[in-house]
Design a binder for this molecule. Structure first.
Ligand SMILES: Nc1ncnc2c1ncn2[C@@H]1O[C@H](COP(=O)(O)OP(=O)(O)OP(=O)(O)O)[C@@H](O)[C@H]1O
Length: 234
């Protein structure tokens, strides 16, 4: 599989403050990665850095072999980076269907396919963005990112605050996206075991640095190490 994303010794942050340091990682097409760590260690900042929304203090980020340090966020989205932010960002003035159609780009994901994997969104297609439950908003946030037909999907704590039954439903969808193989996925999760069970590779951050890299299955089996690395909410 060919290389999709490569970070080499990346330092990044907000203004003068540096919150990520010495980050190096590579992702091939079809790879799935769990990005783990305690609260405030820089997981969201790493996703945001991939989208070009932090200040890059050093290092390089290559996307399909091209340096994208100066590429603006919207162009990164067009190039195939699909971001599902933690805040979900629904618009009260748009219906569910409008949220999906305004961002649509050609490719295998279209309304019909989205409604197949998220039947609830089909039922709610005429509802406004602010008339949805938390679970439905999360489904819509993922669906919207899929409509740009990304090569890499960035999921920031997709299960956060959702009822167990919705978590199960989302787990099934994410597992299907990962096993499909055509798209790469990075999942940030407080629930480390959920994320590890969905992915092939794992990275653990601590205070802005990578402190562990392995395949997900071996970290999942090493309970002691996992507890030590991520402590809570595993
Ligand atoms: N917009 C911002 N401006 C300044 N500092 C920020 C900003 N966002 C995050 N930080 C800081 O960057 C560090 C990493 O935060 P980040 O949100 O990336 O961690 P996280 O691992 O995603 O945490 P959580 O699990 O709580 O979401 C923290 O010290 C945080 O205070």
């Amino acid at each position: 599989m060919s290389e999709l994303l490569a970070l080499d010794n990346v330092s990044a942050g907000y203004g003068e403050s540096v919150v990520l340091e010495g980050i190096s990682l590579a992702l091939n097409e079809g790879d799935s990665l769990a990005l783990l760590g305690r609260n405030g260690v820089g997981k969201t900042s790493l996703l945001v850095t991939l989208m070009g929304l932090t200040r890059l203090h050093g290092g390089s980020i290559r996307w399909r072999g091209q340096d994208i340090a100066r590429v603006p966020t919207y162009k990164r989205a067009h190039a195939g980076l699909g971001w599902v932010p933690q805040e979900r960002m629904m618009y009260p003035s748009l219906t569910v269907e409008e949220h999906l159609t305004v961002v649509a780009r050609p490719g295998e994901w279209n309304l019909q396919k989205i409604y197949e994997i998220f039947p609830r969104l089909k039922e709610r297609r005429a509802n406004m963005g602010n008339q949805l439950s938390g679970g439905e908003q999360q489904m819509l946030a993922i669906a919207r990112a899929l409509m740009i037909n990304p090569s890499l999907l960035l999921l920031d704590e997709p299960m956060e605050g959702l009822a167990p039954i919705i978590v199960q439903e989302l787990m099934r969808v994410i597992a299907r996206l990962v096993s499909h193989g055509g798209m790469s996925v990075i999942v940030v999760e407080q629930h480390a075991r959920l994320a590890l069970s969905l992915t092939q590779k794992a990275i653990v951050l601590d205070r802005g640095r990578i402190v562990h890299q392995s395949d997900s299955a071996s970290l999942l089996q090493d309970k002691e190490k996992l507890d030590r690395l991520v402590a809570v909410a595993a």
